[in-house]
Design a protein around this ligand. Structure first.
Ligand code: SAJ
Length: 424
């Protein structure tokens, strides 16, 4: 099948790059979002998210006349739903955005159209939630129109490359739908395209992120054990990983972002009895910011009345995304322990986080600091030369939570150095 026009619903971290890549391949794309500020920004050529290469791709796609931003859904041959699926306070999936996206397609749905859900969703969402909404049109999914689930699997920071090169899974409500999805994504996907059914594709996505969450949880748990036994966790992991069948991930401040810290709960929600390990791993990762905060407090001999220069708030290195960020939680723990905290997040200078003071330069964070905390391993932080930091601060303690710095270099510059499960 050939798709000449496409409407992508949700101009976030996935929808915007996906719309831009399709448009760059000559498909006529409408990028739709209900957020007026986002659409206004896009119409003015300003992106609300940072992703390497995206600004240039977006500007050239708009310039070529193939991409336009809109606050309403436009008729198209194909529709992609790429809206957020957060969770409620009790960790159940909040599918309101998926429901309203499907409802917004309904008035425009025509025979032969293809609808793809990309948002990470609990098993059976495509069949039990999206299909019934679209079938209110009087048309039957898989027969009159085509419907499939195709999870995004790209890594923030490498989205444009991974969109093209990663294998793509397409789960149709029937074979014809999956094949139509393949024809659509073949426009730009160079990786393999694997066809399956919708619920398997939903499950695959959740299994991928859940297995990563569990693997990070064991690394975080190892860091606590290493701390207890005065073992350098990084040395221990390095040695263990020499085994041909062992690949332990990196411990850190915790697990954040909109994916890995959220998605495993979708499996716990649908089958709590069978998802015990998944739940336990989630809890280990959720506790990690408090664990790291305890280490910092101990190293500083208490934080009451002390000032902390806090470097990084993003959920991981070299991105501007603060959703579910463990660094933000760590900052909050330190503030609760009595610290005055000045955080510097170069990718998001003013995030408006309640209770957290942000400054707009490294110098401003350092000037009054007693303790310097490296919370996110942004490349620009890792490249800092302690000898140049020396005269910018009277801080004597440096705490590296993410193994971004070399102990010797900081000690040579006169700092006391401490970190997550490292030998001192
Ligand atoms: N983290 C660690 N230790 C590690 C690796 C990561 O603590 O060894 C932390 C990060 O700092 C971050 C969190 O885990 O807080 C998640 O980061 P990530 O880089 O592992 O993953 P995301 O959330 O950026 O992207 C994941 C990817 N999924 C997998 O690798 C299985 C990506 O491919 C998905 O498309 C994405 O989730 C998504 O959108 O679902």
């Amino acid at each position: 099948m050939k798709f000449n026009t496409l409407c992508v619903i949700g101009m976030g971290y996935i929808g915007l790059p996906t719309a831009s890549v399709f448009a760059s391949k000559g498909v006529q794309v409408t990028g739709m979002d209900i957020n007026t500020a986002i659409i206004k920004g896009l119409l003015a050529g300003k992106l609300h998210i940072f992703e390497p290469g995206l600004q240039d791709l977006y500007v050239s796609a708009v310039g070529s006349g193939h991409l336009s931003a809109s606050e309403s859904v436009k008729p198209a041959d194909a529709f992609i739903i790429a809206v957020p699926t957060p969770f409620y306070e009790d960790k159940r999936a909040d599918l309101r955005a998926v429901v309203s996206a499907a409802e917004s397609i309904l008035p425009h749905l025509k025979p032969g159209n293809l609808v793809i859900l990309e948002s990470t969703s609990p098993p059976r969402t495509t069949l039990d939630i999206v299909a019934p909404i679209l079938e209110k049109s009087g048309m039957k999914s898989g027969e009159d129109f085509l419907l499939a689930y195709s999870p995004e699997r790209v890594l923030p920071g490498r989205i444009l490359r991974e969109l093209v090169d990663n294998p793509r899974v397409i789960g149709g409500v029937n074979r014809a739908s999956a094949e139509a999805g393949r024809d659509l994504y073949r426009t730009f996907v160079k990786g393999d395209i694997i066809l399956t059914d919708a619920t398997t594709a939903e499950m695959v996505k959740l299994m991928e992120n859940t297995s990563r969450d569990i693997n990070i949880a064991i690394a975080n748990e190892f860091s606590r054990l290493a701390q207890a036994f005065d073992v350098d966790i990084w040395e221990a992991i390095g040695i263990a990983n020499l085994h041909p069948r062992v690949e332990i991930l990196n411990p850190g401040v915790g697990v954040g972002g909109h994916c890995i810290s959220v998605d495993p709960w979708f499996l716990v929600e649908v089958d709590p009895e069978d998802a015990q390990l998944i739940k336990q791993a989630r809890q280990v990762n959720d506790e990690q910011p408090a664990f790291v905060a305890g280490l910092i407090q101990k190293a500083a001999g208490g934080l009451e009345g002390k000032t902390v220069a806090f470097l990084g708030l993003a959920f991981k290195p070299n991105v501007d995304d603060l959703r579910e960020s463990p660094a933000v939680e760590l900052a909050q723990h330190l503030i609760n322990a009595g610290a005055t905290l000045y955080s510097y997040e170069p990718y998001r200078l003013n995030a408006g986080l309640p209770g957290i003071t942000q400054v707009d330069s490294l110098e401003s964070a350092l000037v009054d600091a007693d303790v310097v905390v490296l919370a996110v391993g942004h490349d620009q932080f890792k490249a800092l030369d302690p000898l140049q930091i020396q005269d910018k601060t009277h801080a004597d303690l440096v705490f590296d939570a993410v193994r971004g710095w070399k102990k010797e270099a900081w000690e040579t510059a006169g700092f006391r150095f401490n970190g997550l499960a490292r030998k001192y």
